[in-house]
Each structure stands twice: as C-alpha cells, then as structure tokens.
Design a protein around this ligand. Structure first.
Ligand SMILES: Nc1ncnc2c1ncn2[C@@H]1O[C@H](COP(=O)(O)OP(=O)(O)OP(=O)(O)O)[C@@H](O)[C@H]1O
Ligand SMILES: [Mg+2]
Length: 279
C-alpha cells in the first residue's frame, strides 16, 4: 500500500554543535490504517523525530539531513502557513505532556472546537453538535463541554487531547507517550480508543511508547531507536518474536511477564562492548 508518511535519513543536531547527532539517519514509513510504534529508552530521539515531522523542532535544533514526505510531498517545501494548515487538519498530534498542552482558562468544549473553526470554518450549532459528538466518542459526557481542564481527571484530560487531535479527522495521528502518566486501566481504555479510531477512520498512527505491552497490543510495525539511530525495524511479530538486534533483545528481556513473576531487570548493555555505536 502507498505510504502516508515517509521519513528518510532524518538527522537532527543542536544548532550550536552541528556534528553532534541527536537523531541520526532515521528512516521509516507509515501506511494508512496502520500503527507504527517507535520504542527506545529515554533520550533515544523519539520525541525529536515526531516534532520534526510536525515542523515543531525548537530553534536550538536543526535538521542537517533527510526528508519527511507526507503523501509524497516534502514537508520542508511548504511555507509556514501551508504547514499550519496540515498540522491539526491532516496530521494530528498528541503531545507527551498533556497537562501543559491544555489552556487552563478555556473550557474543554471551546478547546476541542477551536481546530474545527480554524480548519473547517464550523460555527454555532454545527460546531456545538460536532464537539458533543467528539466528547462522546472519547468517552466524556457531552454536558462536560463547559468544564475547565482542572475540573477533569488526568485520564479525562488526555481524552480531551485526543478529541482535539482527531477533531478534523486527520489522515495521520502522532501520539507521543499518550498514556504514560495514567494508571493501567485508563491507559488500556485510551489505547483501545486510539486503536478503534485508527481503524474506523483509516488513520495512519505513529505511536511513541516505552511499553512493549502496548506495542504487542496495537502495533503493526515497530521501530526500535537507540541513541538517535534506528537499530531495528519490522513487523510487530518479527520484532517481538524474532528480534535481531542485541539492544532489542536486551529491551525485551526487561519486560516483566503478565503475572509479574519475573523480577524487573535493568537493561543489560554487555552487547555494547562489541558494537560500533556513536558516543
Ligand atoms: N533543545 C535541545 N537542545 C539540545 N539537546 C536536546 C534538545 N532537546 C532534546 N535534546 C536531546 O536530544 C536527545 C533526544 O531527545 P528526545 O526528547 O527525542 O528523547 P526521547 O526518546 O523522546 O526520550 P523520552 O523517552 O525521555 O521522552 C536527548 O539526549 C535530549 O537531551
Ligand atoms: Mg520523548
């Protein structure tokens, strides 16, 4: 199937140190209706990769190599205005820190409605009706539209973020650790919600996670990052059942079993001694 998003040789460095690669020659792609999970330990470059796709890298960072093609079009060729139109309309994003992404002084109904007004020109009763549908879709009663973020639980706020990100029915959703701060039950509900939306809207999904349980549940493809590089990529069955790279094997060896019988283990870096990995 045709790729929705194709990342080719993406390389990101600090502007002040253009030879220090924080993300190094990363390539992978996402198809419509499929979920690609990006896994890897803290600091491996997962969020920078996602932010770069959205054109939201901080000014202290630069892309020194590579391309990001969305439906075959190089996103770097777009003007700021054109990119703004794609963001939220065709590519939705759920950020790693939802608590800081919602405006505390605006109702959640207003915030969910904003992309609908900006991108689709919805107003008045039509806007209200669509906001209510979205709230119900993410499992929040429509009468809560007039609530403020601090009147909601963490899980509900995360659902509001999801409602905002899918409001305009984007072709692709980028979700950066969307459930990390939530308890296990809410986490499972949110993931199954995202998985259902992906299927019903034929959305392509880029899901960043630390959690191999999540990967096993929702991924079609898996990309494993280590120190800014992709060390392994493939179908979920391939990566989880027949990992090739020692880092993937080491990561998988740390996953506790379902009954929690296996004690938590730190990652074994013994393999690194035999590998050529950039410092
Ligand atoms: N503005 C910045 N300037 C310099 N270095 C940065 C900047 N932002 C991020 N980095 C560095 O880039 C590397 C990759 O960061 P990134 O946020 O992508 O990691 P991550 O894989 O998302 O980690 P986590 O799982 O903790 O969210 C880290 O070493 C980080 O310290
Ligand atoms: Mg991150």
């Amino acid at each position: 199937m045709a790729e929705l998003l194709k990342i080719e040789d993406l390389t990101i460095c600090p502007a002040s140190a253009p030879s220090r690669k924080l993300v190094s020659n990363v390539s992978f792609s996402i198809e419509p209706g499929k979920t690609t999970c990006v896994v890897g330990e803290s600091g491996s470059g997962k969020s920078l990769t996602a932010l770069s796709v959205m054109g939201l890298l901080s000014k202290q960072l630069v892309r020194t190599n590579g391309r990001v093609l969305f439906q075959g079009q190089d996103l770097a060729d777009l003007s700021t205005e054109e990119m703004r139109k794609i963001r939220g309309r065709q590519i939705g994003m759920i950020f790693q820190e939802p608590m800081t992404s919602l405006n505390p002084v605006l109702t959640i109904g207003f915030q969910i409605g904003e992309p609908l007004t900006v991108h689709l020109g919805l107003k008045g009763d039509a806007l209200k009706a669509k906001v209510n549908v979205l709230l119900e879709q993410v499992g929040i009663p429509a009468h809560r539209a007039n609530s403020y973020p601090d009147e909601l639980s963490g899980g509900q706020r995360q659902r509001v973020m999801i409602a905002m990100s899918i409001a305009c029915e984007p072709l692709m959703l980028i979700a950066d650790e969307p459930t990390t701060a939530l308890d296990v039950t809410v986490q499972a509900q949110i993931l199954s919600l995202l998985d259902n939306l992906k299927t019903s809207m034929n959305m392509g999904m880029l899901l960043i996670t630390h959690d191999f349980g999540v990967v096993a549940d929702v991924a079609d493809d898996v990309v494993v990052m280590f120190r800014g590089e992709v060390v392994e990529a493939g179908s979920v069955a391939q990566v989880l059942n027949k990992p090739k790279h020692p880092y993937t094997k080491a990561l998988l060896a740390c996953v506790p079993d379902a009954e929690g019988k296996k004690p938590l283990k730190p990652i074994d870096y013994a393999w690194l001694k035999n590998e050529q990995v950039p410092a």
